[in-house]
Design a protein. Structure first.
Length: 176
């Protein structure tokens, strides 16, 4: 029986605020594309933490790399992984929440692009993005991915790995 998530607010209230992986541990390990996505989350989180403590000059060099990682990850995830769940009743809330979060992340990234690297607002905005990203990752790893894998099955989850990787490669070329 899947938990129903009637609204984002209720979901937020129910959510554990601990580290990713600490809440409602999936009964089975994530495989295929879901394992790939979790590994990407880790790499992006590390880069984010590093950038937050760097000089403006280093931020100028590192931000485009992180920006590309975040956007290509989320867009390819949407195009290949979440799209595979279209039509599944049990995934309707997941698809809605993911679209909402993805739009929010892209909006925040655009806002950060418009701020000077040397200003304090830049670091403050990056911290907002880090917080949203951590919330998003917690939802995906503790709730969405286990449910998505359950609905799609392990074989499909493994098939989606290649599709995700090639979609991500294509998305990267379209990013400025
Ligand atoms: Fe993700
Ligand atoms: Fe995502």
């Amino acid at each position: 029986m899947q938990p129903s998530i009637p609204s984002r607010i209720q979901n937020d209230k129910q959510r554990n605020t601990g580290q990713p992986g600490s809440q409602r541990a999936p009964a089975r390990a994530l495989v295929g594309v879901f394992e790939t996505l979790v590994n990407e989350h880790r790499k992006a989180a590390e880069l984010m933490q590093r950038i937050a403590h760097q000089s403006a000059e280093s931020r100028r060099e590192a931000w485009p790399i992180l920006r590309r990682q975040l956007l290509s990850h989320d867009r390819a995830e949407e195009l290949e992984v979440y799209a595979a769940l279209e039509g599944y009743d049990g995934a309707r809330d997941i698809l809605e929440h993911h679209k909402f979060d993805a739009a929010e992340l892209e909006g925040s990234i655009n806002e950060l692009d418009a701020i000077d690297y040397a200003s304090e607002q830049w670091v403050a905005k990056l911290r907002d993005i880090v917080t949203s990203f951590e919330d998003h990752v917690r939802d995906e790893e503790n709730d969405y991915f286990p449910r998505m894998q359950q609905l799609l099955g392990d074989d499909k989850a493994r098939d989606l790995h290649e599709r995700f990787v090639s979609a991500q490669r294509e998305v990267i070329h379209t990013l400025i």
